[in-house]
Write a protein that binds this ligand. Structure first.
Ligand code: NAP
Length: 299
């Protein structure tokens, strides 16, 4: 059987001995939109760089990091479930990665691997892009998992008053305690994600952030917000979910007259931060966003 070679494809990267390689490790990795996002950015700026997805099972992450060094990669992203594992495998951690307890970006500096976390800054950049100033705001965060750690840390660094509500209350309380000293003006409390507490805490909230996966494709009929609780019209909703682009919770917020923003901005800006750390060049954010939207099958 003959094989079709698309030699004239203008988007194909032309690799050479000078091409700088970065990539992402995850398990699974085939649905990651990071490769199209970063490769579109390299092409747009004419950078001789290439971003490669690497499927790495959890038990092989130490070998993969040794490979990053041995193969001369410039850096690597880590996604689910490897962000915590990197903590003990890099030579140095930024204070942010240490505080959040996860590293999603590694930079190679000579023989040393430096672990960063770009999720918190990516989240704050996305809020800024949406026109929301989080400094000192009253924020309600739903969920207390890995993404919530970055979100709550980011909000704490700008002196926000944060309430974390989670199905497993103990995790909310532990997260609140972990970031208690991040900023003198910040206050962080935790509680259970149940209707009475939610209704009480939603009153006066300026920002509501959904960090739970409820409403994510394919279970788009789910929402962390119970039917009987009114959504506050004076708050902005930031839903970390980006597939679908409009969740049931976002529809609920918009029906109540509240602005609602999906998680694509955070995805793009955490990537933009990593891009800038590796290349030292401002990331072409609009190009990256368009590549993500296309990769997600949207318009
Ligand atoms: P995770 O660590 O597994 O945490 C999930 C959180 O959601 C936990 O607090 C969990 O509560 C809660 N939860 C799960 N199922 C629930 C249910 N049925 N009812 C109530 N609460 C429930 O996941 P994660 O890594 O934080 O990711 C969470 C979401 O954020 C995913 O949709 C992910 O795609 C998205 N995300 C987006 C970005 C972005 O750039 N936009 C970045 C990271 C993550 P318990 O503690 O009680 O289990």
């Amino acid at each position: 059987m003959s094989q079709t070679i698309n030699a004239g494809h203008s988007n194909a990267p032309l690799l050479s001995g000078r091409t700088q390689i970065v990539g992402v490790i995850g398990w699974p990795i085939e649905h990651s939109v990071s490769p199209p996002m970063h490769n579109a950015a390299f092409r747009a700026l004419g950078l001789d760089w290439c971003y490669v997805p690497f499927p790495v099972p959890p038990e092989r992450v130490p070998e993969a990091l040794a490979g990053v060094r041995a193969l001369g990669l410039r850096g690597i992203n880590a996604t689910v479930p490897h962000k915590q594992a990197l903590l003990s495998l890099v030579d140095e951690l930024t204070p942010e990665a240490q505080a959040i307890g996860a590293a999603n970006t590694v930079i190679v500096r000579g023989e040393r691997l430096i672990g960063h976390n770009t999720d918190a800054r990516g989240f704050l950049r996305a809020l800024g892009e949406a026109g929301f100033r989080p400094e000192g705001c009253a924020a309600l965060v739903l969920g207390a998992g890995g993404a919530a750690r970055a979100v709550v840390y980011g909000l704490a660094t700008v002196g926000a008053r944060v309430t974390i509500l989670n199905r497993t209350e103990d995790r909310a309380l532990a997260l609140a305690a972990a970031f208690a000293g991040v900023h003198p003006q910040a206050s962080i409390t935790g509680g259970p994600l149940e209707p009475t507490t939610l209704a009480r805490m939603a009153e006066g909230a300026q920002l509501i952030v959904n960090t739970t996966p409820l409403g994510m494709w394919p279970r788009v009929e789910c929402s962390p917000w119970p039917e009987g609780v009114e959504f506050p019209s004076g708050a902005m909703l930031y839903d970390l979910i980006y597939n679908p682009r409009e969740t049931l919770l976002m529809r609920r917020a918009r029906a109540a007259g509240a602005p609602a923003v999906d998680g694509l901005g955070m995805l793009v800006h955490q990537g933009a931060e990593a891009f800038e750390l590796w290349t030292g060049v401002d990331a072409p954010v609009d190009v990256m966003r368009a590549a993500c939207v296309a990769a997600l099958g949207g318009e």
